[in-house]
Design a protein around this ligand. Structure first.
Ligand code: PBG
Length: 343
């Protein structure tokens, strides 16, 4: 009940013309607030990342990402069905292969784990779901780097140009297995051109590329590397992912990827890079995806578990801010929860 003994709301200032501007006028009525709201979340804008591994009946929770699992193809089909039932229709698949080697050869197999998952999901749901695939080698190499290695003055590094053909091969293999959208995340120079050429030559001229164009060398990928079992076994990714201090470099990466044929652009991570999302959108006016990455998710979950924040409120606020910054779509591990909350 309202506290009593307060004056009736209304203008009490000595001159009725002051304040001149009253932004609060549009905040009193909740229906007015709804009318003037600029950015609204919809499950249609959300893409759920999923991790698939060999086996049957596997549903192994990722400890640092509560509610997210390593799944086998059968449980993956169930998981996608459940997400679809609450309104999530777009998914991006990450594979944890049967074996890893120096060249990541398990990524290229017809019977590779992502290829199997694509076929199983297509069989179960047809064109009712949109299936994206993350294209990279860090999950498939025994050293955990995103491509083939070379010796750079005594230090092992990812061999840019040698990685391009196998990256294109991986993408074609995924397209053959049914991928709707190809999303290369390895940050190799020339990757979009190599992949576009590979796809076109294989007849997949109509399969779009969502390029992880502005991907930063970030500490926020920690939980993902547990989930995908893909931490680099030595060194870091600083020779291929971007320095967090840079923005002009992101614009350059985006310009190059668009020139090479990227159809959509990704900025990753999202929350610490809202300025990049905004700048990319304003400068290029193309569809922009933002990746609300594993570490961003884990922070919310951990604080919520402690009772320190309201998970629902904070999650909706974070995702709204990522859309408000200029992204059209968000890859997020919160997708299922958000879709349920928005119902
Ligand atoms: C790699 C890839 C990574 C993520 C998506 N694709 C990890 C990395 O670059 O180390 C991270 C996603 C996340 O943290 O949620 N190919």
């Amino acid at each position: 009940t309202a506290p009593m003994n307060h004056p009736i709301c209304g203008n009490t200032s000595p001159t009725p013309t002051f304040p001149v501007s009253r932004p609060r006028r549009l905040r009193y009525n909740p229906l007015v607030r709804e009318l003037v709201r600029e950015t609204e979340l919809s499950p249609r804008d959300l893409i759920l990342p999923l991790f698939v591994r060999p086996g049957k009946g596997v549903r192994q929770e990722i400890s640092s990402m509560p509610g997210n699992f390593q799944l086998s193809t059968d449980t993956l089909v169930d998981e996608v069905g459940a997400a679809r039932d609450v309104g999530i229709k777009s998914f991006i698949l990450f594979g944890i292969p049967e074996y890893k080697d120096a060249t990541g050869s398990s990524a290229l197999k017809d019977e590779g784990i992502v290829q199997q998952a694509l076929r199983a999901l297509r069989k179960a749901y047809g064109t009712d779901v949109l299936l994206m695939t993350d294209e990279c080698f860090c999950e498939y190499t025994d050293h955990g780097h995103c491509g083939l290695l070379c010796d750079r003055g005594g230090i092992l590094d990812v061999d840019n140009d040698a990685t391009l053909p196998i990256l294109a091969e991986q993408c074609v293999s995924h397209a053959k297995a049914g991928a709707d959208v190809i999303a290369p995340s390895g940050m190799m120079d020339g990757m979009v051109r190599a992949i576009r050429t590979g796809l076109d030559n294989a007849g997949f001229t109509d399969v779009p590329i969502l390029s992880y164009a502005a991907k930063y060398a970030s500490g926020f990928y920690g939980p993902f590397r547990e989930a995908a079992e893909s931490p680099p076994s030595f060194g870091d990714r600083n020779t291929y992912q971007m320095d967090p201090g840079n923005t002009d470099e992101a614009m350059k990466e985006v310009a190059i990827d668009l020139a090479e044929g990227a159809d959509m652009i990704m900025v990753k991570p999202a929350l610490s890079y809202l300025d990049i999302i905004r700048r990319v959108k304003e400068q290029f006016r193309v569809p922009v995806a933002a990746y609300n990455v594993s570490g961003e998710f884990a922070m919310v979950k951990a604080a919520a578990a402690k009772g320190w924040i309201d998970e629902r409120r904070v999650t909706l606020e974070i995702l709204t801010s990522i859309r408000r910054a200029g992204s059209d779509m968000i890859l997020t591990y919160h997708a299922r929860d958000v879709a349920k909350w928005l119902k």
